[in-house]
Design a protein around this ligand. Structure first.
Ligand code: BGP
Length: 466
């Protein structure tokens, strides 16, 4: 008794500029904070990645062959404005015009992420997101430039990728904000969060005013939080963790409010967010058209009991713990990928129910997927049956959620082609399209469709109603 996916459902896949484009210094591009990653003996840097910058036609031709309805990609701020807030670089504008035209010619709807982890280095040197008076106006200059350039052609826009993880991971020792910068204090990290909220709200309002036909929304990483047991203390811990992990970051863009649980906690730690006159109005004035979100797996927590929890692992669910509130806990019921991320397709449905119940906006899935070490077979195939299983299991849960009345407008998992993982280099592949290189040896960078891409092509042909 499952409902059909709606007509025009946006089946596609995702990527981000610094992880797939390469061409890190081509045609006037400036340095972003990601260009500081030098890589290690084992792990690649971000200089060449998948070379999408020079091979986008080939990639888009494969997406077309797969029948993609949409492709979510990000715009490199430093291609458009190399030093962050100075002159506009026409070659940068031209590049994305070519990509967008190529997509539209292939009947693929572009979904643009305005900003995906790659702050211009020159802005970081001036204090980055902590320096509101420099970085927020710079972001708006960038926003206006790309709206003007692409607003007539591109309907779907996302503001900031994983705004929540930008702040949270930094607090817990990872380096999404700036690889070389000092670790921010908790107060600074949440102050940065507020500046990102303001930038995001201003951008949503600006797009609505200048291109009323365009749709825009936030794109945080959202997942449900399970209590490790039915002990009331654990249930309470899970609720609190969900606010820190997810709801604080959606309450601001959707309801125009700072969740009081986080504000109270900051207050007790002696951090008062600097909220300026007029900020509340800015947040309230922005009205997202949908909630886009990235979902990989759920998180399980128990009440804090003084054990140390900070872990530096790249699993997005690990290491998140707050003294006296919650700490991460094992979930014995979930399997794990070879990179240790837990596998939870039912959690996708749990998460989407929670989002829809809370915000009543259409949902757009902008990331989901399985990262795996993969090699090309001698007959140039990749038999990624595990990826087919993964997507089957997640898509059926999405369909059940739709059947229950949740609204979804698209599914754009991670990733279209193999690209450089945020922390694990090229060894961790997510793509439907295999890119022939390894960590250090660029080989020929040729593209080959994996088995999952043929399965996905069939699924899209049937609009998911297999
Ligand atoms: C998300 C990011 C992506 C992507 C993905 C997979 O957090 O938005 O940029 O990298 O996670 O993570 P990883 O590359 O660490 O496996």
């Amino acid at each position: 008794n499952l409902k059909k996916f709606p007509e025009g459902f946006l089946w596609g896949a995702s990527s981000s500029a610094y992880q797939c484009e390469g061409g890190w210094n081509q045609d006037g591009k400036g340095m972003s904070v990601q260009d500081l990653h030098e890589g290690t003996a084992e792990i690649s840097d971000f200089k060449v990645t998948s070379d999408f910058y020079n091979r986008y036609k080939e990639d888009i031709a494969m997406m077309k062959a797969m029948g993609f309805k949409s492709y979510r990609f990000s715009i490199s701020w430093t291609r458009i404005i190399p030093n962050g807030d100075g002159e506009i670089n026409q070659s940068g504008i031209d590049f994305y015009n070519k990509v967008i035209d190529e997509l539209l010619d292939a009947n693929i709807e572009p979904i643009i992420t305005m900003y995906h982890f790659d702050l211009p280095l020159e802005l970081q040197k001036k204090g980055g997101w902590l320096n509101r008076d420099v970085t927020v106006p710079a972001f708006m200059k960038f926003a206006k430039a790309i709206f003007k350039a692409y607003g007539k052609k591109v309907k779907y826009w996302l503001t900031i990728n994983e705004l929540n993880l930008l702040v949270l991971m930094n607090m817990f020792g990872q380096d999404f904000l700036s690889p070389t910068d000092k670790k921010y204090t908790i107060g600074e990290a949440f102050q940065i969060g507020h500046h990102l909220f303001i930038a995001q709200a201003l951008a949503m309002k600006e797009l609505h005013e200048t291109f009323p036909k365009c749709l825009i929304g936030p794109a945080p990483n959202i997942s449900s939080v399970y209590p490790a047991s039915s002990k009331p203390e654990d249930v309470l811990a899970a609720q609190t963790a969900a606010v820190f992990r997810s709801w604080y970051w959606l309450d601001a863009p959707v309801r125009g409010e700072h969740n009081p649980i986080v504000i109270k906690w900051l207050d007790e730690l002696g951090f008062n967010l600097e909220i300026r006159d007029g900020d509340d109005e800015i947040l309230k004035a922005a009205k997202p058209d949908f909630v886009a979100f990235n979902y990989y797996s759920t998180m399980t927590v128990k009440a804090w009991n003084n054990e140390s929890t900070t872990s530096k692992k790249s699993d997005q669910q690990q290491g998140l713990g707050i003294p006296n509130m919650f700490m991460d806990a094992k979930n014995e019921h979930l399997g794990k990928t070879e990179f240790g991320w837990s596998i939870d397709p039912v959690g996708f449905r749990v998460t989407s129910r929670e989002i829809f119940e809370r915000y009543r906006l259409p949902m757009l899935l902008t990331e989901n997927g399985i990262g795996v070490r993969e090699e090309l077979n001698s007959d140039m195939t990749v038999n990624d049956d595990y990826r087919i299983e993964w997507y089957k299991d997640h898509i059926i849960e999405m369909r059940k959620a739709i059947s229950e009345g949740m609204e979804f407008i698209g599914f754009n998992p991670w990733s279209a082609m193999d690209l450089v993982s945020t922390h694990e280099g090229f060894q961790k592949r997510y793509g439907f399209i295999f890119v022939n290189r390894d960590e250090k040896d660029l080989r020929d960078l040729k593209r080959y469709r994996k088995k999952s891409s043929y399965w996905y092509e069939e699924l899209i042909k049937n609009n998911g109603n297999n």
